[in-house]
Design a protein around this ligand. Structure first.
Ligand SMILES: *Cc1c(COP(=O)(O)O)cnc(C)c1O
Length: 460
């Protein structure tokens, strides 16, 4: 007998609410028995089971292994916890099961992306006529931004890269700092440019680009060139000086891509916007939805100042897509790397409506203020040393030596009081604190610092 749909979906939503409410005050993560979880997931059987039993088993089996990353004391990976409205919209997205590929597969998805895309450009300070794509995240956004750049540069050099590939093509140079995000390297691998195409530029102590060195590297050679700049270093939060770097790159005819996976959101805050001066003159921009905007995972955005290049690099056509009924609207699938996909616009639209301009600014300002509080309280904590200039939401902390630091990180994670990850930065193992969730209160910061102090004592 089929389960009643209302009961089934309501019960799933109720479990989501339970999990998220527990995350507010309860442990962030707890030790669990891996084999126990695997065993509880059962074996593949010949016969299926009722949907309600499926849900019951899934929740019971994996609950111990869930990370309460939606809660206010999770500080890992520059990711927050999805907002309530955005999460509810995501539940609808899944339930509606729309194929976000085109205006034909889901008019609703295409229309919502059109509206949300325009709002995003306004908030992020990106030119209104830029093209955009709702991608999977920062990786997807960097890949699409650079594939558009590859098209643009090689077309200008008289080379049809979509037709001929890179065999015999003019060499494309890529210029970026050693502090670029690893997703840039993966993009170069995927684009066939290879990581050897990279010409490194030095940085200052916080990981921001040395603009004189950028000029030196660009002066050193000719040919199609991409310059990858960063708004928000994944360790320190530092911003490249875009007002100085973008004009230097443009003067050399380079395609300028800005990786602003979380840093681009500083544009929403009147007090932090200055960090992005000059960003609007870039050719392409990448940012995440699932980091600072706090929408559910699998959400990023790419923007391009050259819509024709963007479209030429990523669109395709097929016999079943053309015909008398072909629609004149923007087709979302032409600007991303997937064909059939989740309708990503609903959750983003919901987050932007839920927050408004002031709410987005408040996320940025609140998280930055909490990061400053972390730095101040940790400075007063024996054994802890804050190692970066806290300009945004990132705090790097050392505890004497690498082994001790690793032990402190593990101790804090095991305590369930807070969750911070580790990073390797300038030859040292460090604790990395990312404040990305506006739920984090000043009391949550103090409680988390106390957990760190306890770990310092316990590992001494
Ligand atoms: C997180 C991050 C990325 C990658 O984003 P994903 O959403 O994880 O793919 C790229 N660049 C920077 C600067 C980041 O912080």
């Amino acid at each position: 007998m089929p389960d009643d749909l209302h009961t089934l979906f309501a019960s799933a939503a109720a479990r989501v609410a339970d999990h998220r409410l527990r995350a507010r005050t309860g442990p962030v993560a707890e030790p669990f028995d891996r084999d126990h979880v695997l065993h509880a997931l059962g074996a593949l059987d010949d016969e299926g089971i009722a949907p309600s039993a499926v849900i019951e088993q899934l929740v019971t089996a994996i609950e111990p292994a869930l990370v309460a990353s939606t809660g206010p004391r999770y500080f890992g990976f520059v990711t927050g916890g999805a907002l309530p409205g955005a999460t509810a919209a995501e539940l609808l997205t899944v339930g509606w099961d729309q194929n976000g590929f085109s205006a034909g597969t889901s008019p609703a998805s295409a229309l919502v992306e059109e509206v949300a895309g325009a709002w995003l450009k306004e908030i992020l300070g990106i030119p209104a006529d830029a093209s955009f794509g709702f991608v999977t995240g920062g990786q997807g956004a960097n890949t699409v931004g650079l594939v558009a750049g590859r098209h643009h540069l090689l077309a200008a050099a008289g080379w049809d890269v979509e037709k001929h590939g890179l065999h015999g093509a003019p060499r494309v140079r890529v210029v970026a700092t050693s502090e670029r995000h690893a997703t840039i390297d993966r993009t170069l691998r995927l684009l066939g440019l290879g990581t050897d195409a990279m010409e490194p530029v030095t940085t200052d102590a916080q990981g921001a680009i040395d603009v004189d060195d950028l000029a030196r590297v660009l002066d050193g050679a000719t040919g199609p060139t991409m310059v990858v700049l960063q708004a928000g270093n994944v360790n320190t939060g530092a911003f490249d000086d875009l007002a100085a770097a973008v004009p230097v790159a443009r003067a050399h005819g380079a395609w300028v891509h800005v990786d602003g996976a979380f840093g681009l959101w500083a544009a929403a805050s009147p007090t932090r916007r200055h960090l992005l001066a000059g960003a609007a003159l870039a050719d392409s921009w990448a940012t995440d939805g699932h980091k600072w905007l706090n929408v559910p995972y699998d959400s990023g955005y790419v923007f391009c100042a050259h819509p024709t290049a963007h479209h030429a690099a990523t669109a395709y056509t097929a016999a079943y897509l053309v015909g008398p009924g072909a629609q004149p609207q923007r087709s979302p699938g032409d600007y991303v790397l997937e064909s059939s996909r989740r309708a990503r616009g609903f959750a983003t639209w919901a987050a932007l409506r839920e927050l408004g301009r002031n709410g987005i600014a408040a996320i940025v300002d609140t998280c930055c203020a909490r990061a400053e509080q972390f730095a101040e309280e940790l400075d007063r904590t024996a054994g802890a040393t804050v190692l970066n200039a806290v300009v945004l939401n990132q705090v790097l902390v050392g505890f004497g030596d690498d082994d001790r630091t690793e032990a402190v990180i593990e101790h804090v994670q095991r305590s369930g009081e807070a969750w911070m990850g580790g990073t390797n930065w300038h030859g040292q193992r460090l604790m990395r604190i990312s404040v990305s969730n506006p739920l984090t209160t000043t009391a949550d910061v103090t409680r988390s610092v106390r957990a760190i102090a306890t770990a310092v004592t316990a590992t001494g």
